[in-house]
Design a protein around this ligand. Structure first.
Ligand SMILES: Nc1ccn([C@@H]2O[C@H](COP(=O)(O)O)[C@@H](O)[C@H]2O)c(=O)n1
Ligand SMILES: [Mg+2]
Length: 295
């Protein structure tokens, strides 16, 4: 191992694999030299910032928080569970191409959102169901969110989950800081606070990218930030930085949570650093401290 990598002991954890340590070495060096003013962090949410499992039990996604809650009738819960059992295995099937999976993923999201809309979900109940859920941010989350805020580094969260639920998870954890921008599926409530639709174009796992922000105000403040730390858990998350203008360096960290043996090679081929069954933010935290010169 060469010097920059050696200076980050977390990269020697058993959970860490790298296809090309030399590339990681060079990227870390360039990003550290450029400093925090040139950095933006682009992250997925479900199963990247949140835990995949805790004490051997699966943790919920934003959708699952609602699906399993008291806001949903038993009949509807059964239908949502059937959808999960049908489509999640397709989402993580490494033998199918993106072209094959994409229409099926759109079908899953569309059917699930239609069912949720039929449930007359009240906006003022969301905080309670998040509080009652088993959702958990990964260990080390406070250091991650607070460090980015303290260093004035923008954190862009691109999630195919549900924005209202996602925001509530990070708000209840006390880390919804002003440097965070969330791009996700937001609920549209009527004047009495009842869910009537989802706003805008559907965001699913294969259409998340910063290029979509080109004409928004958010894009302006990112103009000078040519270095990206990207965090994801799905191969669809790899495109999140597409459209970053004058990209200079990008370091991609991928959480491999499920079906490890089948998927490890494809993660190694596409992510710079792969974290296998690692429920912590230790590696991103150590890398951020290193890049921003706070270690
Ligand atoms: N009805 C659905 C649809 C999707 N999911 C899961 O949500 C994840 C997407 O959220 P990200 O923050 O990771 O973009 C995705 O991986 C699906 O497994 C769901 O649980 N229910
Ligand atoms: Mg995810």
């Amino acid at each position: 191992m060469t010097s920059h990598i050696k200076m980050i002991p977390e990269l020697s954890k058993e959970s860490v694999s790298m296809r090309d340590p030399q590339r990681v070495e060079e990227t870390l060096n360039s990003m550290r030299q450029a400093g925090p003013n040139t950095l933006q962090v682009i992250s997925d949410f479900d199963m990247t910032l949140t835990r995949f499992a805790h004490n051997g039990k699966r943790c919920p996604t934003c959708h699952n928080i609602l699906d399993n809650s008291k806001l949903i009738s038993e009949e509807c819960k059964a239908k949502l569970k059937d959808l999960l059992n049908t489509y999640y295995p397709i989402e993580i099937d490494s033998s199918r191409s993106v072209d094959e999976k994409l229409p099926l993923m759109v079908e899953w999201w569309t059917k699930a959102h239609d069912l949720l809309v039929q449930q007359q979900i009240r906006k003022d109940r969301l905080a309670i169901v998040v509080e009652e859920s088993d959702a958990m941010l990964r260990d080390g989350y406070r250091q991650f969110f607070d460090h980015l805020r303290d260093q004035d580094v923008p954190l862009l969260i691109f999630s195919a989950g549900i924005g209202d639920v996602l925001e509530e998870v990070i708000r209840q954890a006390g880390v919804f800081h002003p440097n965070i921008k969330v791009f996700s599926n937001y609920m549209d409530f009527d004047e009495s606070g009842v869910l009537r639709a989802f706003k805008g174009e559907l965001i699913h796992i294969y259409n998340k990218r910063e290029g979509a922000l080109l004409n928004t105000g958010h894009f302006q403040e990112l103009r000078a930030r040519h270095n990206v730390l990207l965090l994801g858990d799905s191969l669809g998350d790899l495109t999140m930085a597409d459209g970053v203008q004058n990209l200079e360096n990008i370091l991609k960290i991928g959480y491999l949570n499920d079906k490890v043996e089948e998927r490890k090679q494809s993660y190694l081929n596409t992510y710079d650093i792969v974290l296998v069954k690692d429920e912590t933010l230790d590696v991103p935290n150590a890398i951020l401290s290193y890049i921003t010169g706070s270690q």
